[in-house]
Unconditional design. Structure first.
Length: 194
Protein backbone atom coordinates (compact mmCIF):
# COMPACT_ATOMS: atom_id res chain seq x y z
CA UNK A 1 0.00 0.00 0.00
CA UNK A 2 1.41 3.38 -1.01
CA UNK A 3 0.28 6.41 0.94
CA UNK A 4 -1.03 9.36 -1.07
CA UNK A 5 -0.15 11.72 1.76
CA UNK A 6 2.75 14.14 1.34
CA UNK A 7 3.92 13.19 4.83
CA UNK A 8 5.75 9.90 5.32
CA UNK A 9 3.37 7.17 6.47
CA UNK A 10 3.98 5.58 9.83
CA UNK A 11 6.10 2.49 9.36
CA UNK A 12 4.48 -0.87 9.99
CA UNK A 13 5.32 -4.51 9.41
CA UNK A 14 3.24 -6.39 6.85
CA UNK A 15 3.06 -10.17 7.20
CA UNK A 16 3.13 -11.94 3.83
CA UNK A 17 2.81 -15.65 3.10
CA UNK A 18 4.26 -16.64 -0.28
CA UNK A 19 4.96 -19.68 -2.41
CA UNK A 20 8.59 -20.77 -2.42
CA UNK A 21 8.73 -20.55 -6.20
CA UNK A 22 8.38 -16.77 -6.08
CA UNK A 23 11.07 -16.20 -3.43
CA UNK A 24 13.70 -14.76 -5.79
CA UNK A 25 11.28 -12.20 -7.21
CA UNK A 26 9.95 -11.08 -3.83
CA UNK A 27 13.47 -10.93 -2.38
CA UNK A 28 14.35 -8.56 -5.22
CA UNK A 29 11.20 -6.41 -4.97
CA UNK A 30 10.92 -6.21 -1.17
CA UNK A 31 13.61 -3.54 -0.61
CA UNK A 32 12.03 -1.35 -3.31
CA UNK A 33 8.58 -1.72 -1.72
CA UNK A 34 9.94 -0.99 1.74
CA UNK A 35 11.77 2.14 0.54
CA UNK A 36 8.73 3.44 -1.36
CA UNK A 37 6.14 2.77 1.36
CA UNK A 38 8.12 2.80 4.63
CA UNK A 39 6.41 -0.51 5.45
CA UNK A 40 8.62 -3.47 6.33
CA UNK A 41 7.79 -6.89 4.94
CA UNK A 42 7.99 -10.11 6.91
CA UNK A 43 7.70 -12.86 4.28
CA UNK A 44 7.27 -16.55 5.06
CA UNK A 45 7.98 -18.74 2.00
CA UNK A 46 6.62 -22.28 1.90
CA UNK A 47 5.01 -25.05 -0.17
CA UNK A 48 1.30 -25.14 -0.98
CA UNK A 49 0.20 -27.68 1.70
CA UNK A 50 2.19 -25.83 4.38
CA UNK A 51 0.77 -22.46 3.30
CA UNK A 52 -2.78 -23.80 3.58
CA UNK A 53 -2.01 -25.29 7.02
CA UNK A 54 -0.42 -22.02 8.14
CA UNK A 55 -3.39 -19.94 6.98
CA UNK A 56 -6.09 -22.22 8.40
CA UNK A 57 -4.32 -22.66 11.76
CA UNK A 58 -4.83 -18.99 12.56
CA UNK A 59 -1.38 -17.64 11.69
CA UNK A 60 -1.93 -13.93 11.06
CA UNK A 61 -1.16 -12.51 7.60
CA UNK A 62 -1.80 -9.31 5.68
CA UNK A 63 -1.29 -10.61 2.13
CA UNK A 64 -0.53 -13.79 0.23
CA UNK A 65 1.33 -14.41 -3.03
CA UNK A 66 0.65 -18.08 -3.67
CA UNK A 67 -0.14 -20.75 -6.27
CA UNK A 68 -3.80 -20.94 -7.35
CA UNK A 69 -4.15 -24.25 -5.50
CA UNK A 70 -4.08 -22.35 -2.17
CA UNK A 71 -7.06 -20.22 -3.20
CA UNK A 72 -8.93 -23.35 -4.35
CA UNK A 73 -8.79 -24.73 -0.80
CA UNK A 74 -12.12 -23.89 0.87
CA UNK A 75 -10.58 -23.26 4.29
CA UNK A 76 -7.92 -20.90 2.96
CA UNK A 77 -10.33 -19.17 0.57
CA UNK A 78 -12.72 -18.41 3.46
CA UNK A 79 -9.98 -16.32 5.10
CA UNK A 80 -9.48 -14.04 2.10
CA UNK A 81 -11.14 -10.74 1.32
CA UNK A 82 -13.93 -10.91 -1.23
CA UNK A 83 -12.03 -8.83 -3.78
CA UNK A 84 -10.99 -10.68 -6.95
CA UNK A 85 -7.85 -12.80 -6.98
CA UNK A 86 -5.33 -11.62 -9.56
CA UNK A 87 -2.97 -13.88 -11.49
CA UNK A 88 0.44 -12.18 -11.53
CA UNK A 89 2.72 -14.84 -12.97
CA UNK A 90 2.84 -17.94 -15.13
CA UNK A 91 5.64 -20.39 -14.49
CA UNK A 92 6.68 -23.18 -16.83
CA UNK A 93 7.75 -26.67 -15.79
CA UNK A 94 11.13 -27.89 -16.95
CA UNK A 95 13.82 -30.53 -16.56
CA UNK A 96 17.45 -30.05 -15.56
CA UNK A 97 20.48 -32.31 -15.53
CA UNK A 98 23.98 -31.71 -14.22
CA UNK A 99 26.07 -29.38 -16.39
CA UNK A 100 27.94 -31.39 -19.02
CA UNK A 101 25.52 -34.33 -18.91
CA UNK A 102 23.64 -35.12 -22.11
CA UNK A 103 20.37 -33.20 -22.22
CA UNK A 104 17.47 -35.61 -22.64
CA UNK A 105 14.86 -35.05 -25.32
CA UNK A 106 11.55 -34.05 -23.71
CA UNK A 107 9.99 -32.48 -26.81
CA UNK A 108 7.05 -34.91 -26.95
CA UNK A 109 5.17 -36.94 -24.33
CA UNK A 110 6.84 -40.09 -25.69
CA UNK A 111 10.30 -38.54 -25.48
CA UNK A 112 9.64 -37.26 -21.94
CA UNK A 113 8.38 -40.70 -20.94
CA UNK A 114 11.60 -42.29 -22.25
CA UNK A 115 13.82 -39.67 -20.58
CA UNK A 116 12.15 -40.24 -17.22
CA UNK A 117 12.31 -44.03 -17.49
CA UNK A 118 15.95 -43.95 -18.65
CA UNK A 119 17.06 -41.71 -15.76
CA UNK A 120 18.65 -43.54 -12.83
CA UNK A 121 17.06 -41.09 -10.39
CA UNK A 122 14.45 -38.31 -10.58
CA UNK A 123 13.83 -35.53 -8.06
CA UNK A 124 10.96 -33.13 -7.51
CA UNK A 125 9.18 -31.36 -4.66
CA UNK A 126 6.13 -33.55 -4.07
CA UNK A 127 4.54 -31.45 -1.31
CA UNK A 128 3.69 -28.49 -3.53
CA UNK A 129 1.30 -27.42 -6.28
CA UNK A 130 4.07 -28.10 -8.82
CA UNK A 131 4.72 -31.51 -7.25
CA UNK A 132 1.04 -32.39 -7.48
CA UNK A 133 1.07 -31.49 -11.17
CA UNK A 134 4.25 -33.55 -11.74
CA UNK A 135 2.77 -36.55 -9.90
CA UNK A 136 -0.35 -36.34 -12.10
CA UNK A 137 1.88 -36.09 -15.16
CA UNK A 138 3.67 -39.33 -14.14
CA UNK A 139 0.25 -40.99 -13.74
CA UNK A 140 -0.95 -39.65 -17.10
CA UNK A 141 2.18 -40.99 -18.79
CA UNK A 142 1.54 -44.38 -17.14
CA UNK A 143 4.93 -44.44 -15.40
CA UNK A 144 4.04 -43.46 -11.81
CA UNK A 145 4.96 -46.87 -10.38
CA UNK A 146 8.22 -47.04 -12.38
CA UNK A 147 9.24 -43.57 -11.17
CA UNK A 148 8.41 -44.24 -7.51
CA UNK A 149 11.44 -46.48 -6.89
CA UNK A 150 13.93 -43.95 -8.27
CA UNK A 151 12.35 -40.77 -6.92
CA UNK A 152 14.44 -38.54 -4.69
CA UNK A 153 11.75 -36.34 -3.12
CA UNK A 154 13.03 -32.94 -2.01
CA UNK A 155 11.66 -31.25 1.12
CA UNK A 156 12.23 -27.59 0.20
CA UNK A 157 12.16 -25.65 -3.09
CA UNK A 158 15.73 -24.46 -2.54
CA UNK A 159 17.00 -28.07 -2.47
CA UNK A 160 15.80 -28.98 -5.96
CA UNK A 161 18.50 -27.60 -8.27
CA UNK A 162 21.40 -28.22 -5.86
CA UNK A 163 20.43 -31.92 -5.67
CA UNK A 164 21.25 -32.39 -9.36
CA UNK A 165 24.25 -30.03 -9.22
CA UNK A 166 25.79 -32.17 -6.44
CA UNK A 167 25.08 -35.38 -8.37
CA UNK A 168 22.56 -36.68 -5.81
CA UNK A 169 20.00 -37.15 -8.56
CA UNK A 170 20.33 -37.46 -12.33
CA UNK A 171 17.29 -35.47 -13.41
CA UNK A 172 15.04 -32.89 -11.75
CA UNK A 173 11.52 -31.91 -12.81
CA UNK A 174 10.17 -28.66 -11.37
CA UNK A 175 9.10 -25.10 -12.02
CA UNK A 176 11.68 -23.43 -14.24
CA UNK A 177 12.35 -20.58 -11.82
CA UNK A 178 13.41 -23.17 -9.21
CA UNK A 179 15.83 -24.85 -11.63
CA UNK A 180 18.53 -22.21 -11.53
CA UNK A 181 21.82 -23.10 -9.88
CA UNK A 182 25.48 -23.38 -10.77
CA UNK A 183 26.46 -26.66 -12.43
CA UNK A 184 23.07 -27.49 -13.96
CA UNK A 185 21.69 -27.32 -17.50
CA UNK A 186 18.05 -26.76 -18.45
CA UNK A 187 16.89 -29.15 -21.14
CA UNK A 188 13.53 -27.72 -22.11
CA UNK A 189 10.30 -26.46 -20.69
CA UNK A 190 6.57 -26.86 -21.00
CA UNK A 191 3.86 -24.38 -20.10
CA UNK A 192 1.28 -25.13 -17.43
CA UNK A 193 -1.50 -22.77 -16.42
CA UNK A 194 -3.42 -23.22 -13.17
Amino acid sequence: MISSSTKPAESSKLKVIAGGSISALLDELSPQFETATLHRLSIHFDSTPNIIARMTSGTPFDAIVVPNDVVRDAGAEALLATSPVDDIALVDHGVIVRAGAPKPDISTPEALNKALLDAKSVAYLSASAAGSYITKMFEHLGIAENIKAKTRVQARPTQIAPAVARGETELVVSLTNMLIAPSVGMTSRTSHTD
